[in-house]
Design a protein around this ligand. Structure first.
Ligand SMILES: *[C@@H]1O[C@H](CO)[C@@H](O)[C@H](O)[C@H]1NC(C)=O
Ligand SMILES: *[C@@H]1O[C@H](CO)[C@@H](O)[C@H](O)[C@H]1NC(C)=O
Ligand SMILES: *[C@@H]1O[C@H](CO)[C@@H](O)[C@H](O)[C@H]1NC(C)=O
Ligand SMILES: *[C@@H]1O[C@H](CO)[C@@H](O)[C@H](O)[C@H]1NC(C)=O
Ligand SMILES: *[C@@H]1O[C@H](CO)[C@@H](O)[C@H](O)[C@H]1NC(C)=O
Length: 542
């Protein structure tokens, strides 16, 4: 519970691990610089709906630093917006920031102004080249840092350089320099405890191989769905059947695969690159990819989706992101809006725990929250009153003169009477402690514009003890994972909204178990109704 996110390479088992769990990525390449910003969301959603769990993108240096020191990260160049969209939609990101990217992009992404020094040796330890790279990376890497998986973002791997093995300079000091730069300025805490260097090395190793090769049994970072064109040559095509067949083989092997491209897009303006002997690439970078240059679905798209369905059974089910929940208010019975902290002393439970030991000062005030756990629905005890329905004693003394009232909780939640949601007003309680009842709140966004959303889902409250949860004021029900067997609550689609952020309110009665970490509620597509429980309850049926 509550571990911070991690993404690592497990060399022993030849696999990736995401938060400790074995992880297989099924990724697709999309270059934000080849798609107008207004279409980013549409294309990413289509990738998500094909069953991908990740995307891969380059960052073209020359697109962002057209002149030395003149940076542009706005409009179609708004890299951060692109990363946020990917994350909102539920896609991880495999990042290839260069500085050299190849990519059939003008000068492989290197700014042409580097050539002002006539004899500059690009992609080497040439001092002018390195100075420019350091300045650019010094701008870029801190920007990317918050989006690393370890820091709560979508980026799981960062590539250093690109296909360097095929370059004549083959300057190991240059590679070492880049690795170090990337590690120290950006990723030192990025990939979980202990092994950032290994992860970088691994990704660096993958990128050394030849085009299309399976670098080891587990990773293919460029599986070609189509191929590039040149002015004056035939348009390249790859058959959907062939793509589906090979993809299926790789996925069944357990390989991590990136489909290059999933959508090619357009080399607007003068951005296309060229190969030698000189052959320039055309404006269209359609690539015969599963999504056309204009974002339309093709036969290849559907063929790929069918293949992915075999290995990812959850494809059609939308995964909402986990929601960060912060404490918003502590219940206070004498005065709802006093924030004075009370001490929780214990829990009484009908037919089970009828007395508890308490310590405290004489004349202390005693508050009791009586929870309606459900009125008896069978037999002669159906007249089931709720509230303080019998005598309460402290030692030998009968406690009298109670002020009793009911709380209109549904109404309070619905009307937003619980106060501000951020920031957390109190430090979350320590896991072992019993805490006074408290409300927590958070929200999550469901993207609009795809017909299948919102969808039914389940909510899982593993780091909580017992309480009630509302979504958009709808009382979803009681959770009690510390008792079981039910661990997930059904969330019907009709209470969810794409028009506004969905508001989650949690009333935790005993103290959340998130400790010093942010409390979260998780969404899942797998109901768990059968967790093991100890119970002496004898069943009868109605
Ligand atoms: C930055 O790039 C965007 C998107 O291409 C463009 O609209 C804007 O004019 C550029 N800003 C500057 C200052 O060049
Ligand atoms: C209360 O404390 C006494 C003395 O330590 C102990 O014998 C008793 O079992 C405790 N009762 C409960 C309900 O914990
Ligand atoms: C509750 O207390 C009152 C007053 O002492 C007493 O008359 C009554 O019998 C008690 N009820 C129970 C159920 O013990
Ligand atoms: C969630 O709460 C915010 C702030 O009160 C409100 O603007 C928004 O409409 C609510 N969302 C839904 C789906 O009701
Ligand atoms: C709960 O049910 C699932 C699915 O049927 C099963 O795989 C799992 O072993 C069950 N767990 C327990 C604790 O019975």
């Amino acid at each position: 519970l509550g571990e911070s996110p991690s993404f690592t390479v497990d060399y022993q088992h030849d696999c990736f691990r995401k938060d400790g769990e074995k992880f297989q990525y099924i990724s697709g390449s999309i270059h934000y610089n080849r798609i107008p910003r207004v279409y980013w969301k549409d294309r990413l959603l289509k990738m998500y709906m094909a069953g991908l769990n990740a995307i891969q993108t380059y960052i073209p240096w020359n697109y962002h630093e057209a002149l030395p020191g003149l940076y542009n990260f706005s409009g179609d160049r708004d890299l951060e917006h692109f990363l946020k969209l990917a994350q909102d939609i539920g896609l991880l990101v495999i990042l290839r920031p260069g500085p050299y990217i190849c990519a059939e992009w003008d000068m492989g992404g290197l700014p042409a102004w580097l050539l002002k020094k006539k004899d500059i040796v690009l992609r080497s330890t040439d001092s002018d080249y390195i100075a420019a790279v350091d300045k650019w990376m010094g701008k870029l890497l801190p920007m990317i840092k918050p989006y690393l998986y370890q820091n709560g973002g979508p980026i799981i791997t960062v590539q250093v350089e690109n296909e360097y093995g095929s370059y004549f300079a083959c300057d190991y000091n240059y590679m070492r320099h880049l690795s170090k730069l990337t590690e120290t300025s950006s990723t030192s805490r990025a990939f979980g405890k202990g092994r950032p260097h290994n992860v970088l090395t691994a990704w660096y190793v993958f990128s050394l191989g030849a085009h299309g090769a399976v670098f080891n049994s587990q990773v293919n970072s460029e599986f070609y769905t189509g191929w590039l064109d040149h002015w004056g040559s035939h348009h390249s095509v790859v058959s959907p059947t062939q793509v589906a067949k090979v993809l299926s083989e790789m996925l069944l092997m357990g390989a991590n695969v990136n489909l290059y491209m999933f959508i090619g897009g357009t080399n607007f303006g003068y951005w296309n690159g060229a190969n030698m002997p000189y052959a320039a690439q055309p404006t269209s970078y359609d690539y015969d990819a599963p999504l056309t240059e204009a974002g339309d679905l093709t036969e290849k798209y559907f063929a790929i989706r069918e293949v992915i369905k075999m290995v990812r059974t959850s494809v059609s089910f939308y995964f909402y992101k986990n929601v960060i929940i912060s404490a918003i208010i502590w219940i206070f019975f004498t005065d709802f809006f006093l924030f004075l902290l009370k001490l929780a002393v214990g829990i009484l439970e009908r037919d089970k725990v009828l007395s508890i030991n308490v310590t405290g000062k004489a004349r202390s005030q005693v508050d009791i929250l009586v929870e309606n756990m459900g009125r008896v629905n069978y037999g002669k005890q159906i007249n089931d009153f709720k509230g303080l329905v019998s005598n309460l004693t402290l030692g030998a003394d009968l406690l009298t003169d109670w002020t009793m009232y009911s709380l209109s909780i549904d109404e309070a939640v619905m009307k937003g009477l619980l106060g501000e949601k951020e920031p957390a007003l109190f430090d979350p309680p320590q896991p072992a402690d019993l805490s006074p009842p408290a409300f927590y709140g958070g929200s999550f966004v469901i993207p609009d514009g795809i017909p299948d959303l919102p969808q039914d889902t389940y909510i899982k409250l593993s780091s909580w003890r017992k309480g009630q949860i509302w979504i958009n004021g709808f009382n979803v029900g009681r959770y009690w994972p510390t008792r079981g067997p039910q661990m997930t609550l059904f969330v019907p689609a009709n209470i969810l909204s794409t028009a506004a952020p969905n508001n989650v309110t949690v009333l935790e009665l005993e103290g959340a178990l998130c400790g010093s970490k942010a409390c979260t509620v998780e969404f899942t597509n797998t109901p768990i109704l059968n967790a093991t429980v100890q119970s002496d309850y004898k069943q009868h049926s109605c």
